[in-house]
Design a binder for this molecule. Structure first.
Ligand code: UDP
Length: 151
C-alpha cells in the first residue's frame, strides 16, 4: 500500500468542485486518511514547491497557491502515486485527456485545480509538511477485500 498527498488548490474551492474531485478519488477505491481546509502561509507553499524555485512560473504559482484556502488530504491505495496522477491528467489541462480531472474541468496550467505527489519520497515529504502525525487516521475499511484482492 502507498500513501500520497493530494491538495485541492484554491480554484477548486472558488469553483465549487471540492465534492466532485474528492468523489473521484473515493469512487476509484482510494482510502481517505486525512483531510483539512488550510490557508497556507507563503513559507509552506515555498517549501512544498522548492524544486521549482527560479522557474518563470514560480512567483505566479506561489501567489495562486496562497490566494485562498486549500483542501489538504492524505490518501492510501495500491499504486496510488502513479494512479492518482493518471486521474489528474497532464499538468497542462489543455493537453489532459478527457475523463481526467484536469481534462474535464480545467483549461490552463496556472489553474489546474489539483496537486498529487509524484514519487514515494515526495509523498512522505509533503505529508509531513502539511500534516501532523495525529491528524492522520489509520482505520480499516470493511469493504477492503472488495477493492484489493490481497492485503
Ligand atoms: N505550473 C505552471 N506553469 C508551468 C508549469 C507548472 O503554472 O509552466 C504550475 C502548475 O500549477 C503545476 C505546478 O506548477 O501543477 C507544479 O508543476 P509540476 O511540473 O510539478 O506539475 P504537477 O506535478 O502539478 O503536474
Amino acid at each position: 500500500m502507498e500513501r500520497t498527498f493530494i491538495a485541492l488548490k484554491p480554484d477548486t474551492l472558488q469553483r465549487g468542485l471540492v465534492g466532485d474531485i474528492i468523489n473521484r478519488f473515493e469512487k476509484k477505491g482510494f482510502q481517505l486518511l486525512g483531510l483539512k481546509l488550510v490557508q497556507p502561509p507563503r513559507e509552506l507553499v515555498e517549501k512544498h514547491y522548492e524544486e521549482h524555485l527560479g522557474r518563470p512560473f514560480y512567483e505566479g504559482l506561489v501567489n495562486y497557491m496562497t490566494s485562498g484556502p486549500i483542501v489538504a488530504s492524505v490518501w492510501q491505495g495500491k499504486n496510488i502515486i502513479s494512479s492518482s496522477r493518471s486521474l489528474l491528467g497532464a499538468t497542462d489541462p489543455s493537453k489532459a485527456a478527457p475523463g481526467t480531472i484536469r481534462g474535464d474541468l480545467a483549461t490552463q496550467v496556472g489553474r489546474n485545480l489539483v496537486h498529487a505527489s509524484d514519487s514515494p519520497v515526495n509523498a512522505e515529504r509533503e505529508i509531513s509538511l502539511w500534516f501532523a502525525a495525529k491528524e492522520i487516521q489509520n482505520w480499516s475499511r470493511s469493504l477492503e477485500p472488495w477493492i484489493n484482492e490481497e492485503n
